[in-house]
Write a protein that binds this ligand. Sequence first.
Ligand code: SAH
Length: 248
Amino acid sequence: MDLPQSFVIAESSHRIHNPFDSRKLADLGEALHLTPGQTMLDLASGSGEMLCTWARDHGISGTGVDISTAFTGQAQARAAELGVSDRVAFVHGDAAGHVAPERVDIAACIGATWIGGDAAGTVALLEQSLKPNGLMLIGEPYWRLDPPDEATVRGCYMESKDDRFPLPGLIDHFDGLGYDVVEMVLADQDTWDRYAAAQWLNTRRWLDANPGHELAAEMRHRLDTSRTNHVRYQRDYLGWGVFALMKR
Ligand code: SAH
């Protein structure tokens, strides 16, 4: 049970595996008015940057669960580097169906809502770990611009235009699940580049260092297609944000 190696190669230098940069992640932490001692569960925590920096900056504590052994190891190393290992823990495991043993103040899933099937399923999953009046954080893509054709939909790695909402539709969707959207921080095209374009250099360096590797052809193809898809489609058509929800 692990994340395919191709993702680990492409995102080997990333601390944040989503279209936020460190400034936006910090902005989100500030926007939520976090207080010392608050507890957090982060499903699909990646390399743990959110929990580690918010533990350092706001004194929260928490647990991250992720299926990648490589990212979980990086998260543990980052916690040690930032001096917060006593307050955050990172567990390797499948986050699908994961419920915290004790309810938390903040329950998050940033950029991995497939763990609950979709956004609605992930809201239902996180709800089981959240205290009454707790904050739920969902990181999710939306259509920034209406995709005009099938090529745009596919270039954004979607099967169908209906796989995503436009921003007002996504807010309405959360509303329909019985939640108020109480805050949001959105990626922009430059922070998208920090996620997407950073993968090109990681991949190219890996290819140069690993000629003849069994994944070389796949990684070469990925470099070429992901670059085209990003500059032609994703960067313009796909928005991404983190939405803070409170149950009505
Ligand atoms: N939330 C992190 C990582 C987002 S990338 C961040 O914003 O930086 C998506 C993450 O989901 C990857 O770290 C991947 O390993 C993890 N993942 C994918 N499927 C998973 C599953 N079933 N259970 C736990 N983690 C999963």
